[in-house]
Design a protein around this ligand. Structure first.
Ligand code: SF4
Length: 313
């Protein structure tokens, strides 16, 4: 059987199982295209967090993304049964910010609010005053009205927020980063701009400031998606994980030319989820694939997430 037929067959099998069991399947923009095609909803961290806030009328959620996203779903939906196709799909950036370094930073700066990127584990979120996403980080920090904040774990997003708001960010840890987005270099964007002088260059705020400085627009994946969709321009250089471009190709007017800033911008952690694993988790519901944040931690983390929703209403 060809690979294409095998993919189709697995997709059909999952859709059938999903319908029979009332399963909800959300997926992040960086998931493999064959998963994106059958997801109930696609989005970035903010969109998926907002979705988690809503009442989901499904008995079970199979969440396709990385660990912290499924945890966020669990924090905001404590009664839902949540599974992940692959428990090893973890975000290295989230692991750079364990709760003990936050406790230390808070002791050193007891008067500063703690703003944490949603790309953190639940135990870290429980130490935060407020959570933000790349889509709303500047808005959240500005709304706090503070002159200085502790901000973790992404140093590049912290720099972006500082530039946008004028609020001083103290990064926790000092050098947290996304292993995918730091691979972009300013020369890559400049070279593509030379080759495609009419293209608009969009990059993610997880890219280093030197890269952000040579781009035309800096924004989250949802922002990039909507920008390209609505724009009257024809050519775009896209500086983020390749999965977003797959989604754009499928959902946006085919006359638009999408140029990846790097074909190698692949988050291997996101790609650990596969159709086979989704099918198997639906059938077997293994305990080790279940995500349930303990209520003691979830309660504190929920407060920080709700503060984000409140500040960005
Ligand atoms: S793209 Fe970067 S921040 Fe997102 S899950 Fe992968 S490593 Fe983490």
């Amino acid at each position: 059987m060809s690979q294409g037929n095998r993919t189709k067959e697995l997709q059909e099998e999952i859709l059938k199982l999903k319908k029979g069991e009332n399963i909800f399947l959300p997926a992040h923009n960086y998931q493999r295209p064959e998963i994106q095609e059958i997801a109930d909803v696609l989005g970035d961290s903010l969109e998926l967090a907002r979705l988690a806030q809503k009442e989901i009328k499904a008995d079970t959620i199979v969440f396709c993304g990385v660990d912290f996203m499924a945890e966020t779903m669990s924090i905001l939906n404590p009664d839902a049964e949540i599974y992940v196709p692959e428990p090893k799909a973890r975000c290295p950036m989230a692991m750079m910010c364990p709760k003990n370094i936050l406790i230390k930073a808070k002791a050193e700066h007891p008067d500063l609010p703690v703003v944490l990127y949603v790309n953190t584990l639940a135990e870290a979120k429980a130490e935060a005053d407020v959570i933000c996403t790349s889509a709303n980080a500047a808005k959240v920090v500005k709304a706090l009205g503070a002159e200085k904040v502790l901000f973790g774990p992404d140093k590049n997003l912290a720099d972006y927020v500082e530039k946008k708001t004028g609020v001083k960010t103290i990064p926790v840890p000092e050098d947290g980063y996304c292993i995918v987005h730091v691979r972009f270099a300013p020369e890559m964007i400049l070279e593509l701009k030379r080759k495609h002088p009419n293209a608009v260059a969009l990059v993610h705020p997880e890219c280093e400031m030197e890269v952000q400085n040579v781009a035309d627009i800096v924004g989250s994946t949802s922002f990039m998606f909507n920008y390209v969709k609505e724009s009257k321009e024809k050519e775009f250089i896209i500086g983020t994980e390749i999965g977003l471009i797959e989604r754009m190709k499928r959902e946006i007017d085919g006359n638009k030319i999408l140029i990846p800033a790097s074909e190698k911008a692949i988050c291997r952690n996101m790609k650990l989820n596969t159709l086979e694993k989704i099918r198997d988790v639906i059938i077997n519901k293994p305990k080790e694939n279940m995500v349930k944040v303990p209520e003691k931690v979830a309660e504190k983390a929920r407060g920080a997430l709700e503060k984000m929703f409140q500040l960005t209403k």
